[in-house]
Each structure stands twice: as structure tokens, then as C-alpha cells.
Design a protein around this ligand. Structure first.
Ligand code: PGA
Length: 253
């Protein structure tokens, strides 16, 4: 049985005051969703605040990115060891905004995944096709390429107890959600591709859906056999909405 995970990707949003309020709201509701693992990924600068305010709660925290380098002259970068210093469990790797706006290609994403894993962080590997790619009918090729880059670098075993987020780029922040059937089809494809190399790894792999997930559409998505939770953007900035999605995950198992 895979425990569902719901992770909030706050992106570049927040202030000291709003982070305090949001974390207080999540902490107040998390006891009601014990079957769902809950995590938040604030901007780097609010991670110390999250680690202080979440200490002793069941909520995990993580980062939205990390450097491929361990230390040194890399202005503006953050190393895995620094994330561990502040108690991070998770780190998002290869989000489509990093890929498209900051030029992270499959090799960089695979290197980040490897560095995070080696450091003892749990990377959440994001994959997903653009609208143009879906319309061309090459969704599976794109996902396969993104996934294979990680497995080729380190072998499928690197995904043991891993987390992948399927985030169709056309559904991120647009209010357009993949239908449960569309999402399930890609989730099953991802699990099958990993299974072809390592069946036991595939069985334990948690595959999250991301892209305009809200409390209203979460139950149907979570009900799909290969959807094991969500990576939540916009709705993760409002405690009641985020907890509503956690509730759906909690009730799905
Ligand atoms: P969204 O973002 O929930 O706002 O669509 C999801 C994500 O980018 O991780």
C-alpha cells in the first residue's frame, strides 16, 4: 500500500507573516488527515521559518530546487547539505518552470536528482508534456525521455521509494485539469516504464498528479489506481484548500 503524499509547491510566493499564517492553518488541520503524508515547499528563504514552525508537527518540508554542486563559487545557488541543515526532507527537481524559464534540460535534472538522492533528500521528479506535445500525440515520448534521463544516469533502483510528479504543463496554473482518465493513462505509463526495468521499484513508486488540483477535483483524481497524491501550486497557498486536497488523499486509501 502506497501512502498518499500531498506536497505544496509555494513557488515564489509569501512573506514572513503569510508563511506564519499558512503554516498555522495547515498545522491546525493536519491531525484530521493522518493517512495522507503532508509536505510544503516554501521559497528557500522561508525554509528556516518553516523548520522552526513545523518542528514537532507531522508536516514535512522541502525546497523547490537545489544545486548540482556541493559548495563553492556558485553565486545564488543552494546546496543539498544546506537543505539538510534545515531539516528538509523533500526537494522538487525538474519542475516545468525550471525547465522552461531557467533552461534546465534532462541532463541537469537527472544530475540534480542524483545529487539530492546521494545527500539523503527525497527528490520529487517532475515530468510533463506541453499542450503542443499533447496535440502532436507525443506525450508518452516526452515523458519517457524525461524519465529515462534519470534512470539512464543511475539505474531504475534510484527511484526506490521515490516520488514522481506528473504535471501536464498545460494544466499548471491554468485552471485546466487533466481529466482523471487522462492523468491515470500517463501515471500508468510512468509506472509501466519503471516496471519494465524494476518491477518492485515501480510498485512502491508514488506518482503525484499536479496541475490545477483543487478540493473539488481531487477526490476523482485520487481515486485513480496509479495516482498517489498531488503536487499543488495555487491551492497550496490557502490552508483550507490545501487541507481539502489532503482530505481527499486521506479518504482515498
Ligand atoms: P498549480 O501548480 O496547482 O497552480 O497548477 C502545480 C505545480 O506547478 O506544481
Amino acid at each position: 500500500m502506497r501512502q498518499p503524499l500531498v506536497a505544496g509547491n509555494w513557488k515564489m510566493n509569501g512573506s514572513v507573516a503569510s508563511v506564519r499564517e499558512l503554516l498555522a492553518g495547515i498545522k491546525a488541520g493536519v491531525a484530521g488527515v493522518p493517512r495522507c503524508e503532508v509536505a510544503v515547499c516554501p521559497p528557500f528563504i522561508y525554509i528556516p521559518q518553516a523548520s522552526a514552525e513545523l518542528a514537532g508537527s507531522p508536516v514535512f518540508w522541502g525546497a523547490q530546487n537545489l544545486s548540482t554542486e556541493a559548495a563553492g563559487a556558485f553565486t545564488g545557488e543552494i546546496a543539498a547539505s544546506m537543505l539538510l541543515d534545515f531539516g528538509c526532507t523533500y526537494v522538487i527537481v525538474g519542475h516545468s518552470e525550471r525547465r522552461t524559464l531557467y533552461g534546465e534540460d534532462d541532463d541537469v535534472v537527472a544530475a540534480k536528482f542524483a545529487v539530492a538522492r546521494a545527500a539523503g533528500l527525497k527528490p520529487i521528479l517532475c515530468v510533463g508534456e506541453t499542450l503542443g506535445e499533447r496535440e502532436q500525440g507525443i506525450t508518452e515520448q516526452v515523458i519517457a525521455r524525461q524519465l529515462d534521463a534519470v534512470m539512464a544516469m543511475q539505474g531504475a533502483a534510484v527511484l526506490a521509494d521515490g516520488v514522481i510528479a506528473y504535471e501536464p504543463v498545460w494544466a499548471i496554473g491554468t485552471g485546466k485539469t487533466a481529466t482523471p482518465a487522462q492523468a491515470q493513462e500517463v501515471h500508468a505509463f510512468i509506472r509501466g516504464r519503471v516496471a519494465s526495468q524494476a518491477p518492485e521499484v515501480a510498485a512502491g513508486l508514488r506518482i503525484l498528479y499536479g496541475g490545477s488540483m483543487k478540493p473539488g477535483n481531487a477526490p476523482e483524481l485520487m481515486a485513480q489506481p496509479d495516482i498517489d497524491g498531488g503536487l499543488i501550486g495555487g491551492a497550496s497557498l490557502v490552508a483550507s484548500e490545501f487541507l481539502g486536497i489532503c482530505q481527499a488523499a486521506h479518504e482515498s486509501v
